[in-house]
Design a protein around this ligand. Structure first.
Ligand code: PA5
Length: 528
């Protein structure tokens, strides 16, 4: 791999998708000319599995559920009339609700219109909406967006402070499929508190997007929130961006959500092609397999040369890593599969981590994203005959060549422009690539046992914190060190956790701390 590949090689590995104004160039991945026979067999199986999934098989056996995100953009494919109706009705309700908000038919309690959207959610209930909002933002946006995707009190304060006096014009969307995720629940309680402290009725400013019958759904129903939009068990969190999760905020922003769905639907058609060399998602899955020997040996670095696509790598990080990062394969064998994704944007990162890409360990391949249309209007020349956009493209082409010369492979996805259709297509492309690749390597892409384990582990820590606080409250005159407290509470195996909990409580003025000769002999006591 010492010179840029030949014109002939380039043409051979260039997949043109004129329907979407898109192309994929895999020539710099140095793939074999032909799909190896063993992989061809795996692909036949993957296509068959994908067909069954689209027909409504229980493709997520661990959770005993169907996987139906492809029906969202083509309800005709839904396996039952009931599912088709839910999809169509929900889309209709989203469009109607957004119109009523924009036309001021639905108004806030103390202002004539809603001008802001505050979205509360995490993981699949936030990353997709954030990505779409940012990628398609323009001066035509109908509403200003804010996001809370954590349980960080300081982060919450920052966002609430930026909304400031406009809280009375702010529509809050609480998005959680399970309706029980603590980060989102906490953000909701915090935001509710701010509304109430400002004399505003939270329920008159709030909408829920959640699974029917969930805790959140019950709450929204009991308190008569502005609206409730359903999430169904056949849409997974990280593939929910084209359900109400992403479509509702996009419609409120004023985006053409039908065009986003249309782009995804066209891409779905192309990614059903049985010929791997003509199927863009299969091409990506093949390249991932080829780069990392089907073991995820190389990370995928995402480098979109477009500021609008900044959040794409964060969105993809979840879609890819939560789907593919699995300990066990379908047969129950320990495999520790995954595909590491990181990135940001070019050319910005050329002044950051690209140095290591060029000269450090060759443990990655790059996915470049090139956008041909520089901006809406004409550009000035920054040098004779040259625009800023020419430089942006120059940096991209130069970087991929420089990497290639140093034995680092890359593929390039080119879009004519970023618009609702191409964005929908991009989302659908990676959703399908993840699904196909998962079948090639024999894992379930649609469950997330690791995320659930994290949630349970946090609950144990919270329980321990309550135990500590209760003991200190019952013994207000006494001081305890971390080790003595751990022993009394019969939690000696967790002394370091007890220590960290005490430090946190003390730092927030919820306990008194008496320093000792070293950090571990400090004592703690209930506040007087
Ligand atoms: O993809 C997933 O399933 C997860 O990342 C979820 O989206 C995330 O945990 C948030 O869950 P919920 O929407 O239930 O609040």
């Amino acid at each position: 791999m010492s010179t840029i590949s030949s014109w002939q090689n380039f043409q051979q590995h260039y997949l043109d998708l004129p329907e979407l104004g898109m192309s994929i160039d895999t020539s710099l991945m140095v793939p074999p000319d032909e799909l190896p026979q063993a992989l061809d067999k795996l692909f036949r199986n993957a296509f068959q599995q994908m067909r069954e999934l689209e027909e409504g098989s229980l493709a997520n056996p661990d959770e005993n559920r169907m996987v139906g995100h492809y029906w969202l953009r083509n309800p005709e494919l839904a396996p039952s009339a009931e599912i088709k109706k839910v999809i169509c009705d929900t889309l209709g309700k989203i469009l109607q609700f957004a119109k009523q908000i924009q036309q001021k038919i639905i108004q806030p309690q103390q202002a004539d219109s809603f001008r802001n959207v505050l979205l509360l959610g995490i993981g699949g209930s936030a990353l997709g909406p954030q990505f779409v909002q940012n990628a398609l933002a323009s001066e035509a946006d109908q509403m200003q967006f804010y996001f809370l995707d954590n349980t960080d009190p300081d982060g919450i304060d920052q966002v609430m402070a930026s909304i400031g006096k406009e809280l009375n014009m702010t529509l809050t969307l609480v998005i959680s499929k399970s309706g029980g995720t603590k980060e989102t629940r906490n953000a909701m309680l915090e935001v509710r508190h701010v509304y109430e402290s400002s004399g505003l009725d939270f329920s008159k400013h709030t909408v829920a997007v959640t699974g029917e019958g969930s805790q959140l759904d019950q709450l929204a129903k009991n308190e008569n929130w502005l609206r409730r939009f359903p999430m169904r068990d056949w849409v997974g969190g990280r593939t929910s961006v084209l359900s109400a999760v992403g479509l509702l905020p996009a419609a409120l922003q004023g985006l053409d959500i039908e065009e986003i769905l249309n782009g995804a639907k066209i891409m779905d058609g192309l990614t059903r092609r049985k010929d791997v060399s003509k199927n863009p998602a299969a091409m990506l899955a093949w390249m991932w397999h080829h780069a990392g020997a089907g073991q995820g040996e190389k990370a995928m670095v995402m480098l979109p040369y477009k500021d609008r696509l900044l959040l794409f790598s964060r969105y993809l990080q979840q879609l890819v890593m939560e789907s593919l990062g699995k300990e066990k394969d379908f047969a129950g064998k320990t495999v520790h599969q995954g595909l590491t994704v990181y990135g940001n944007k070019g050319s910005t990162d050329q002044h950051a981590f690209v140095q290591q890409l060029r000269e450090g360990p060759a443990d990655f391949f790059v996915t470049f994203i090139e956008v041909l249309r520089d901006r809406k209007n004409a550009s000035i020349e920054v040098e004779p005959g040259i625009t800023s956009g020419d430089f942006l493209q120059g940096f991209l082409l130069g970087t991929r060549e420089a990497l290639f010369q140093n034995g680092r492979s890359s593929l390039t996805i080119t879009l004519e422009e970023i618009n609702p259709k191409s964005l929908g297509a991009l989302i659908a492309l990676f959703e399908r690539a993840v699904g196909l690749y998962a079948t090639l390597i024999g894992i379930n892409a649609y469950h997330q046992p690791g995320v659930e384990a994290g949630k349970r582990a946090a609950e144990d820590v919270i329980e321990l914190s309550l135990k500590i606080q209760s003991h200190l409250k019952s013994n207000p005159a006494q001081q305890f060190s971390a080790s003595s407290l751990a022993e009394i509470l019969e939690e000696s195996a967790k002394i370091s956790t007890v220590f960290k909990l005490l430090e946190h409580l003390a730092a927030n003025g919820r306990l008194q701390k008496f320093s000792g000769s070293d950090p571990f002999s400090a004592c703690y006591q209930e506040n007087c």
